[in-house]
Structure formats: C-alpha cells, structure tokens
Design a protein around this ligand. Sequence first.
Ligand SMILES: [Zn+2]
Length: 170
Amino acid sequence: MRALVLQYYVLLRSVLRAKPLLRRCLARCRHCRIFFLTHPCNGGRKDLGCPFGCRGVHRKRQSTVRSVAYYRDALGKNKKRALNARRRRPKADGDRPTSCPGSVPVPGKSSIRWNLLMVEYVRMVVSLIEARSVSLTEIVQMLQRVLRQHSLGRRRKIDHALIWLQEHPP
Ligand SMILES: [Zn+2]
C-alpha cells in the first residue's frame, strides 16, 4: 500500500510539473490527508474527501444520517408506510434494476465492475490534463488498455524470474 501511494505521488508530481496550471486543482483529503486533484471550481477548499474511498464512505454515512432523520419525522413515517405497501405489490417485468448504480460494467467481463466514483474521478483528471472533455466510454476503453498492458508486463516479469530461477537454481 505504501509503495502504491509513493508511486501515485511520483506520478502526481510529474503531472503537476508538466501542467503547472493544475496546481490550483490540488486538494488534500480532510479524512486521510492524501493529496489529489479536484475540479478547478473546488480549488482551495479544505473540506473535501478523496475519491479513493473517503468520499464514498462519507457520502454513504451522510445519506444514512439523512434518511434516519427523515424517517424519524412523522411525515416520513407516513411516506414509509406508503412505500412499504408499494413494495409489497408484485413488480412488473423490467421493473427490477439491472445494474448497480454505483458501478460500471467492465466490457467483456460481466462479472467485474468498476467503482463509478473512481472512473468518474479518472475522467475528470484526464479531462483536466488533456484540457478537453473526455467521455466515460473513452476512459473505460483507456483503463482496459492500460490494465491489459499492466498484466502483460507483470506476466513478463514473472516469466523472467522463472527463467532466471531455472538457470540459477537456489
Ligand atoms: Zn481520503
């Protein structure tokens, strides 16, 4: 984990060196203190959560607090009764949600899903770096390509290690 963060900071520093204008987008997570890039309209804010987990956790907590407060309310109680009654009624075909709203399906691998918050963050950062609006589809394709190369590189490293071990047995 530490090595990953270090790698991330090296990358972040090289991005900021290449694009000094992005310095105004640099923010620090108020929960875990990691540095990250944010949208220019959030520049200078000190109350942001990082997209690497803190923001999602915080958002979930906030929505739980909100809904608890809402249902405690008498009006909310009536609404909940109506909602439960509606829920008990049989659902029509196609009424069931087909995908989890917080994730993106990985093309070609239906069993794997990406965290939408993370993909959306990558999209924003790439848009900032390339100074153009990059689509979510483009990001998904790019991530696929990068991950494929990454696993290929790792496989090659393992292969090399195996060959070396065969030639130099312990
Ligand atoms: Zn954080």
